[in-house]
Design a protein around this ligand. Structure first.
Ligand code: MG
Length: 445
């Protein structure tokens, strides 16, 4: 049998209470095993196991097994096929991550309800062996800062290639996007209690109101309903003291420019005096010309906004589903406090898209990631999560001071659905995190 090595870091010291450890006596040729805890919310945690092929030849499959104390259960897993028998859990590779070249690694993750840690761990039948428990204390939630995000930062502006607050300090906002408001399964984004809960428990600083425009039932066919949803979210954001992005969630907005001009002109007159509001006139243009199609649209909408609101930030969508920020950088829109949209989904987009972002920044653009997911570009229909690449993106955004809102606040089976079935509309979602949510939340804090 080819051997595997499981690399584990027990990052949360509290989870070792009672002396539970994964370390087992292991023949020299067998696997080492531990697992990492990437998020701990007291009555549960997110575990991650990295499987490494420690041999000099490829392997084509792997299987990790462990037991949990009966007080704890795996509520969800990803990037592995999970089977459960009582308190015994088996995780086998899925189709895309079974083959590992010599020395290569892959990871799978799981959510545990309860604080018990795995025991009796094996990899392909051999005992997992692990390193010593970590000596580094776990990252903890930062102490609460006085005041709401808007009380702390006030009116925002673009400063160079980043965003600054009223005192001139660089600020990186982090938060979440709503689902297409016309397709929400429940009015999560419109709930004030939920917004406060996310602010206080996730450290959410900004919410994006993704107002669908083109589909049946969205803005073009039911403008009063869609506008009312957005205004509810704006008013809630003002009450909760968080920032709010008003997103014209369209793919062919240039076909409805007059409606967009009227919409943003109206809202800018009524809400443009508030420091909370950020305008986003075009979610994701398709592969159409920046200079001939998208830029003229932006210029028209920015003019309408600036007629009533001279200063709030406007975030501008870019070609190819808001990826070609380098193209926009070659011919920026005229105006002040303008930023540009970059969207990524980490199973699809990696270093080459970050290179476009770097090029845009070098050319002087300020970027805002108004959507991202640790998933395929379709939002994760296959349920797969790509956390290591997502971590590279998180690190890149932090290094460049790029604010972000993660896709998307709703119940569903996609990787990017943040909530699991039964999540109340009023918040309190500690036991309802789904898909990439634990990763999103851990990085918001
Ligand atoms: Mg203003």
């Amino acid at each position: 049998m080819r051997t595997l090595r499981l690399v584990t870091t027990l990052a949360v010291a509290g989870l070792l209470a009672g002396g539970v450890a994964l370390v087992a006596a292991t023949p020299a040729s067998a696997a080492t095993a531990v697992f990492s805890v990437t998020n701990n919310w007291g009555n549960g945690y997110q575990g991650q196991v990295t499987v490494t092929n420690d041999t000099s030849a490829p392997i084509t499959s792997w299987r990790v097994e462990f037991d949990l104390p009966s007080s704890s259960t795996v509520s969800q897993s990803w990037n592995a096929q999970q089977t459960t028998s009582g308190s015994h859990y088996t995780f086998a590779n899925v189709s895309w991550n079974g083959t590992l070249a010599a020395g290569a690694s892959t990871s799978f993750g799981f959510l545990v309800n309860g604080t018990g840690t795995p025991i009796n761990c094996t990899v392909n039948g051999a005992s997992c062996a692990g390193g010593p428990p970590p000596t580094t204390p776990p990252p903890t939630t930062p102490p609460p800062t006085t005041g709401t995000p808007v009380e702390r930062h006030g009116q925002l502006r673009v400063c160079g290639t980043t965003m600054c607050d009223r005192s001139g300090a660089r600020v990186q906002l982090r938060g979440i996007s709503s689902m297409w408001l016309n397709w929400e399964t429940a009015p999560y984004a419109e709930n004030l209690s939920a917004l406060r809960w996310m602010r206080d428990n996730w450290n959410l600083q900004v919410i994006r109101a993704a107002m669908g425009v083109e589909p049946a039932g969205a803005y073009l066919s039911d403008p009063n309903k869609a506008r009312a949803q957005v205004e509810t979210i704006i008013n809630n954001a003002v009450t909760a003291g968080v920032y709010v992005i008003v997103d014209w969630h369209a793919h062919e907005a240039q076909n409805n420019q007059s409606q967009a001009v009227a919409f943003f002109g109206d809202l800018a007159r009524r809400y443009g005096h508030l420091p909370n509001v950020i305008w986003e006139p075009y979610n994701e243009p398709l592969q159409v010309s920046w200079t001939n199609v998208i830029k003229p649209y932006h210029q028209a909408v920015v003019s309408a906004i600036r007629a009533a609101d001279p200063d709030n930030i406007v975030v501008l969508g870019t070609p190819t589903w808001s990826q070609d920020v380098d193209v926009a950088a070659a011919s920026p829109v005229t105006g002040t406090n303008l930023m540009y949209t970059l969207h990524f989904y980490s199973c699809t987009h990696g270093a080459s898209l970050r290179a476009k972002g770097d090029a845009a920044i070098r050319a002087g653009l300020a970027l805002f990631v108004t959507e991202w997911g640790a998933s395929n570009a379709d939002g994760g229909l296959d349920g797969r999560a790509c956390l290591p690449e997502a971590q590279s993106w998180i690190d890149w955004m932090k290094a460049n001071g790029i604010s972000w809102t993660a896709w998307k606040l709703d119940v569903g089976t996609d990787t990017t659905n943040l909530l699991s079935p039964g999540a109340p509309v009023t918040g309190g979602w500690t036991n309802y995190l789904h898909g990439h949510a634990p990763f999103v939340v851990a990085n918001m804090r």
